[in-house]
Write a protein that binds this ligand. Structure first.
Ligand code: GLN
Ligand code: ZN
Length: 770
């Protein structure tokens, strides 16, 4: 029986790659420094896995930015707009690569970056390949063979990891009409063959082709492409061992396809889809010689493995297939796990009791190796002894009073319809709110945050390291709030915000104040390029022991006669951007958070706040991979939002906010959230996203974003007027709000002031006209 790993985190345990990349981009360090940093990380990763006795160690899982971009680079899918960069002799291959990832603004050139989007249902973002009709491919970069060779020189035999050709095409986007990207498979496959041929000549024994699209809904053409590719590869390479890796969900309808592929090993994710094992063992798969790689260790979370449970999967597979046809592995690449729990040394941050329940990438590798050892123990008594330490930890987690709070579970159990319904229907609420709030037509507001200047970040850092007292800190934040209020009043915004200066991050800020959360010091995970996130960790039942934002909102409201919006993050977004418990369902955890937010909402109301915004930018990204599962998810997600929002009287106006998302296919659920006002990001789509609302006859009020906050560019008055006209064509005037696309925390004050002034002028002009 072999062990394997599908991919290891490449940022370095202390984000070495992030630091080196950013130094290189800013011109402060040489290319050599960056390349050496990458090399050191690869060597450390390989060595670690070798020392842990992993049989199949991945190579080409490293990347300076993104593995999909690497593939585009490898097969020369380099969009034409970058060709002039390649032709400039002053530029290296690395410069070309980063230009594709990040855009290029130098010597009068201004070339935009390739698009970026989410990697399946993770928080990792990849660079979207761009495809044209009849596109040709050729071998451009030798990254795959180079890395294989690099490991070999170190005496480490690796299994190159390559995105499978079908998934690679499906990850991309057609840049012109009249074809489907899957048609390019015949042009693409020869380059894959060329690469694999080289690897085989160099001595590679195994290759791993990642085909995560096997867990999504596939068209007939796409299914055909799978047969074509793997039949051809088999013909070309009768001896090389080819593994196909699936992950993130059940292969579902594609199971029949996956089990007949003429390959040497098939990897399945038993964390996301445990039922898959039984399903496979009932197919003709058992008559083949194909090895089954069991993804039993969660590559996307931070909890230790339940060895007994994993062993039962392994044993079941061995019983049917025999030991030689079973492999043990993490469920997916460990790219989505933080690096090393051993670096969490501060017990005041992460106590020993909680830490023992956790495993990061390095610990997961050890778990893989341990499972192999355990699986080889035949004597039940010896096995019981060997299993005991793990069993004790699992047991302590099941029963710990740190985790389980009966009063929280009880409250969730007692949720009923009344908790998820406002007192009256929207039409009645709207009237009452109009009377109570008396806002002008086309009320203006912003989404919450104002520029997070270096000065403000410094304040938080100083508070943390003790050079600033809590009192001094609060005084400084208050003066920032005062300044922003004066300024908002001056330009005439109707519904003010306090600016969120006291918040480091919209989820972490709440996590720090909720019971049931812990934080790591080094638990970084790559989000995209050099950007890493350190998700807070939900380990126990969530409870709010005291108000979290009321003091700040109340202070801000006391400084103005205008309405001050209370500002909260919604339960689904809090869940989505945290590491979550694996000992209860996501929906259960979300209901606990929803009740905590509900208490905060009602406390804000009691404190005199009349308008409260509950941000839910992450609702869409939580969608399951299979469409068939969407309704189930959306039902509980929307219910959680409603629970958080429904504790207030009709006159209190509830807002929600969502960033750029397609609403077409989920609009009925968005309407079902029943927020009095929804603000959304629409400017980049030129208000096209509003069509979904118009077609649906969306009844509640809407604030479509009138300018893009991702760029420092200041929109002109006429541009904003133009967008507002477009909005008015589809949204009743009574329901229309005016606001930017999203929060302004990443912007500078200079551009923010100009942009919002223009937004006010455009609104006033519109009011005069109507
Ligand atoms: N209220 C948050 C802000 O303005 C919303 C951020 C978001 O939508 N991602 O920063
Ligand atoms: Zn947003």
């Amino acid at each position: 029986m072999l062990t394997q790993n599908l991919g290891y985190p490449r940022i370095g345990a202390f984000r070495e790659l992030k630091k080196a990349s950013e130094l290189y981009w800013s011109g402060k360090e040489s290319l050599q420094h960056l390349l050496t940093t990458g090399k050191k990380i690869r060597e450390a990763n390989w060595t670690l896995q070798k020392n842990a006795h992993i049989d199949l160690i991945p190579s080409n899982d490293f990347s300076f930015y993104d593995q999909v971009l690497d593939m585009s680079f490898t097969v020369n899918a380099i969009p034409e707009r970058y060709h002039e960069i390649a032709e400039d002799r002053n530029n290296t291959e690395t410069d070309l690569y980063f230009a594709m990832a990040r855009g290029y603004q130098k010597d009068g050139k201004d070339i935009i970056a390739m698009e970026m989007t989410k990697w399946f249902d993770t928080n990792y973002h990849y660079i979207v390949p761009e495809f044209h009709k009849n596109q040709k491919f050729s071998l451009f970069s030798n990254k795959i063979t180079n890395e294989y060779q690099e490991a070999k020189v170190l005496g480490i035999e690796t299994k190159p990891v390559i995105i499978g050709p079908v998934s690679y095409l499906l990850l991309g986007k057609e840049k012109e009409d009249g074809f489907h990207r899957i048609e390019l498979i015949k042009n693409l496959l020869p380059v894959y063959i060329e690469i694999i041929e080289k690897l085989e000549k160099m001595g590679a024994q195994w290759i791993q082709l990642d085909e995560p699209f096997l867990t999504l809904d596939l068209s007939d053409e796409e299914k055909k492409a799978y047969h074509l590719v793997y039949d051809q590869l088999r013909k070309k390479f009768p001896y090389l061992k080819i593994m196909v890796a699936t992950y993130f969900d059940c292969t579902g309808d594609n199971l029949g396809l996956a089990v007949v592929l003429p390959i040497d090993a098939l990897h399945i994710d038993l964390v996301r889809c445990p039922s898959q094992l039984n399903d496979i063992l009932q197919t003709s798969f058992i008559l083949s010689n194909t090895i089954l790689s069991l993804g039993v260790i969660d590559g996307r979370n931070i909890w230790i493995n339940d060895f007994e449970k994993s062993l039962s999967f392994i044993q079941k597979a061995i019983d049917v297939l025999g030991e030689d046809r079973v492999m043990i592995a993490p469920s997916c690449s460990l790219l989505h796990s933080p690096c090393d729990l051993d670096n969490e040394k501060d017990e005041s941050v992460l106590t020993a009791e909680i830490k023992q329940w956790m495993a990061f990438a390095k610990q997961k590798i050890e778990e893989v190796a341990n499972l192999k050892k355990l699986a080889s123990i035949k004597d039940p008594q010896k096995l019981a002894i060997a299993l005991k330490p793990n069993k004790d930890i699992i047991e302590s987690r099941k029963n710990s009073p740190l985790i389980h709070k009966p009063q929280v579970k009880e409250r969730v159990r007692n949720i009923s319809d009344v908790h998820s319904r406002r007192a009256s229907a929207f039409k009645i609420r709207q009237k009452k709110q109009e009377e109570a709030l008396n806002l002008p037509l086309f009320p203006t507001t912003t989404i919450g945050s104002f520029p997070q200047t270096d000065e403000i970040r410094q304040l938080r850092a100083k508070l943390k390291n003790g050079t600033l007292s809590q009192d001094e800190y609060e005084q400084k934040v208050k003066s920032e709030i005062d300044r922003s209020i004066l300024w908002q009043e001056e330009i005439g915004i109707d519904v003010l915000v306090h600016g969120e200066f006291e918040r480091n991050d919209m989820v972490e800020y709440f996590g720090e104040q909720l019971d049931g959360y812990v934080f790591s010091q080094n638990g970084w995970v790559q989000s995209y390029g050099s950007r890493c996130v350190k998700p807070p960790i939900i380990y126990g039942d969530i409870e709010r022991s005291k108000p979290m934002t009321v003091k700040w909102s109340q202070y801000a409201q006391s400084r103005t006669n205008h309405y001050m919006k209370g500002m909260l993050t919604g339960p689904v977004t809090i869940l989505q951007w945290s590491f979550v418990r694996d000992d209860q369902s996501r929906s259960e955890t979300t209901m606990q958070i929803a009740l905590a937010i509900r208490d905060e909402v009602t406390d804000l109301e009691k404190a005199g706040i009349k308008i409260i915004q509950i941000d839910e930018p992450a609702i869409r990204e939580g969608l399951p991979l299979h469409k068939a599962d969407w309704d189930y998810y959306l039902n509980w997600a929307v219910k959680a939002f409603r629970i958080s929002a429904s504790g207030v009287k009709d006159e209190t106006q509830i807002h929600t906010h969502m960033c750029y998302s397609e609403f077409n296919d989920i609009i009925s659920h968005i309407a079902n959230m029943d927020a009095d006002v929804i603000t959304i990001e629409t400017s980049r789509s030129q208000m096209e996203l509003l069509d979904a609302f118009a077609d649906f006859n969306y009844p509640n009020e809407i604030g479509p974003g009138v300018y893009d906050i991702h760029s420092p560019r200041v929109p002109s008055v006429s541009e904003i007027e133009n967008l507002l006209e477009k909005a008015l064509a589809v949204i009743p005037a009574r329901n229309l709000w005016v606001n930017p696309d999203c929060g302004l925390k990443t912007r500078k004050w200079a551009e923010t002031e100009l942009a919002l002034k223009n937004m006010m002028i455009a609104t006033k002009k519109l009011r005069q006209r109507i």
